[in-house]
Design a protein. Structure first.
Length: 294
């Protein structure tokens, strides 16, 4: 009886395996009979590829978000100097004490980010609409680059916009290796974010504090520069910030990522204050770099 039961159990298992095979494998079982090892490999390969596609789709990275409402003027930080200068594609809050921008803010759409309608102006110019504006002579022979806060490549969607980006009110003294290295990487990153989400709200500027080295007639040389980004997608908001010391020329920008709240602590600024208070606090406390193209 035991042998008979064992034979019945084996027969039942074989029947189950055959039934499962009829359900799960292709109708044409010839390959399984002729080349069983290759057939199994093929089926497993197709299965793994399908699973990989599903996992990629389900777990596509997006930043942490919270509900958001208004979308107008979200890029604008609060100005402590109350000296705002409007340009075609961005706004400057000018600090006449340190003779560099307190911050520069603008919206950047996907179309603007990758526009090539015009070439770089490369004509740096003085804007005397503000008190203690910086001059070309301040940078001459200083050893520092005129480092864009709003990059020229973000303003290639119009000739006027690109010309405006070379105003000295949009510049801070930057070490050349920094300007042409990690800061350039950060600028490209902003455009990639605009490309992914269709639009990004950008605030950027130097870290201003007492005792900074100066060049020329008193133009301060910041020890670090920063960027804060805000995106709205699917009716929700998300933010991230960077603060990169001028002593750093190369490296991954993700190493300098932080929450907007942390950046506000470093700069004393009130960023994205046009968000509703409850939303602002949630958005500005975000620290995750997921979905930010870093």
């Amino acid at each position: 009886m035991r042998k008979r039961n064992k034979r019945l159990l084996i027969a039942l298992l074989v029947a189950l395996i055959l039934a499962a095979g009829a359900y799960f494998i292709p109708a044409d079982v010839t390959p399984w009979l002729e080349k069983p090892r290759q057939a199994v490999t093929d089926v497993l390969s197709r299965t793994f590829s399908s699973v990989k596609e599903t996992v990629s789709r389900v777990f596509e990275e997006k930043p942490q978000t919270v509900p958001a409402v208004a979308t107008n003027g979200l890029e604008m930080p609060r100005s402590r100097t109350n000296t705002l200068v409007g340009y075609t594609g961005f706004t400057v809050s000018w600090d006449s004490t340190y003779r560099i921008p307190e911050w520069v803010a603008y919206e950047l759409t996907e179309e603007e980010a990758f526009a090539t309608d015009v070439s770089r102006s490369d004509t740096f110019w003085e804007d005397d609409r503000v008190k203690n504006y910086s001059k070309l002579s301040d940078y001459r022979g200083s050893g520092y680059d005129r480092g864009h806060m709003c990059p020229s490549n973000d303003q290639r969607w119009s000739e006027e916009a690109n010309y405006d980006s070379f105003s000295l009110l949009n510049m801070v003294p930057q070490d050349h290796d920094y300007n042409a290295g990690i800061w350039l990487t950060a600028e490209k990153w902003v455009r990639n974010v605009a490309g992914k989400y269709g639009k990004v709200y950008v605030a950027t500027g130097p870290v201003i504090k007492k005792g900074l080295q100066t060049i020329g007639s008193g133009v301060a040389v910041p020890e670090a520069c920063w960027k804060a980004l805000l995106v709205i997608f699917d009716g929700k908001a998300s933010s991230i910030a960077l603060c990169i010391p001028q002593s750093v020329a190369k490296g991954q920008i993700s190493a300098y990522a932080m929450s907007v709240n942390e950046l506000e602590e470093l700069t004393g600024l009130d960023l994205f204050y046009n968000l509703p208070d409850d939303i602002e606090e949630q958005v500005e406390s975000m620290t995750s770099t997921k979905g930010w193209q870093m």
